[in-house]
Design a protein around this ligand. Structure first.
Ligand SMILES: CC1=C(/C=C/C(C)=C/C=C/C(C)=C/C=O)C(C)(C)CCC1
Ligand SMILES: [Fe+2]
Length: 347
């Protein structure tokens, strides 16, 4: 990547992927602490916690994957050809189709895979963002793999430590859509959660300590990690994970998409952040519309109930099916951009 491209990429990641997320996440963390400390009952309706997930249908969440047909060519600096479009479409059909089948055959395994895949993918997204911001402290393959584990575990594991019942209800609802039953009683037990919490805190400390030795942008990494630990411990999980999906993971990916697209990067340099967002947003419109129509079709054909819990479960299962090919596309982008755990700079 040329130097001016690298600095535009860092500036984009900062403006799009960092500042809005820091603000929202910090405000929600402080707000939750305040509400808990004051003992005030906000008297919110039962559907209120589902709002962030509902918002993710159009606010960066679903759209962040709707540029997957263009992103690999942009990342490789190549024109978007019919061959690339067919390759990405085929990847979605094959991987998405196989994973959809798995939900019917083995819903519990499919649910476990979804959490594991999200852990990896959200960690992978944060590693890329740290690199784009100039994260020179992530210089060895071990620290890079640890960073993926820590960053992905923050949204996937930390909510379980404090809110096992809500966590369980969400995963139960996915499995129940296919007539399955999630047992795993041991997972929700206080002793298991305490052990997992201690292990994850130790891992966080070890990875930060190892990356500290390289200096660089370690401070920002440590501050973000601390903020996310607090966020997922104090904000109820449906809200926390929904908000994180919209403003943290998805916006960081949007920042990446804009940086690898010559036209969006040019719009950013000439006219600023909103112009770059508009350019990338425009690219996401067709496939976001197709996904929304598909989702509506699945809801009608499945004939499931209309309670928010069930609708959210259906939405997340569809997201799961789309996520497997999305991860393949992003991993391919990592490879052509020399990013990811195995980056040549790291060893
Ligand atoms: C909602 C929710 C959960 C899982 C959400 C998942 C797994 C979302 C994945 C989204 C993806 C992969 C988006 C694409 O990038 C938990 C943690 C089980 C419990 C708390 C509430
Ligand atoms: Fe993603």
């Amino acid at each position: 990547m040329r130097r001016d491209d690298a600095s535009a990429s860092a500036a984009l990641m900062h403006a799009v992927g960092c500042r809005p997320a820091w603000l929202v996440v910090a405000l929600l963390t402080a707000g939750s602490l305040l509400v808990t400390a004051s003992g005030v009952d906000l008297g919110l309706p039962a559907w209120a916690p589902y709002l962030p997930l509902a918002a993710s249908l159009v606010v960066f969440g679903l759209p962040h994957g709707a540029v997957d047909h263009l992103a690999p060519a942009h990342a490789a600096g190549r024109p978007v050809t019919l061959r690339v479009l067919v390759a990405v479409g085929g990847c979605y059909l094959l991987l998405g189709g196989a994973y959809a089948a798995l939900w019917f055959v083995a819903p519990v395994a499919a649910a476990v895979l979804f959490v594991a895949l999200t852990w990896l993918h959200w960690g992978q997204g944060d590693l890329y963002a740290l690199d784009a911001l100039g994260g020179s402290h992530l210089d060895s393959a071990g620290v890079r793999a640890g960073t993926v584990l820590v960053r992905g575990g923050l949204p996937m594991l930390v909510p379980l430590l404090r809110y096992p019942d809500e966590y369980r209800r969400v995963v139960d609802a996915w499995v129940a859509l296919f007539g399955g039953d999630l047992h795993a009683g041991w997972l929700w037990a206080p002793t298991t959660r305490a052990a997992l919490g201690v292990a994850f805190a130790v891992l966080t400390g070890l990875v930060l300590a190892a990356s500290h030795r390289s200096g660089g942008t370690w401070r920002r990494d440590a501050a973000e990690t601390g903020l996310l630990w607090a966020f997922f411990l104090v904000v109820p999980p449906l809200v926390a994970v929904g908000v994180y999906f919209c403003v943290w993971h998805s916006l960081r990916h949007v920042g990446r998409l804009a940086a690898v697209d010559d036209r969006a990067r040019g719009a950013f340099v000439d006219r600023g952040t909103l112009a770059a967002l508009a350019r990338t947003g425009w690219n996401a419109v067709p496939l976001t519309a197709v996904s929304l129509a598909g989702l509506g079709g699945v809801a009608v054909v499945a004939g499931v109930g209309t309670e928010p819990r069930v609708l959210a479960a259906l939405y997340l299962v569809v997201v799961a099916v789309l996520t497997l090919p999305h991860v393949a596309v992003v991993t391919w982008m990592d490879l052509v951009e020399d990013a990811g755990i195995g980056r040549a700079g790291g060893s």
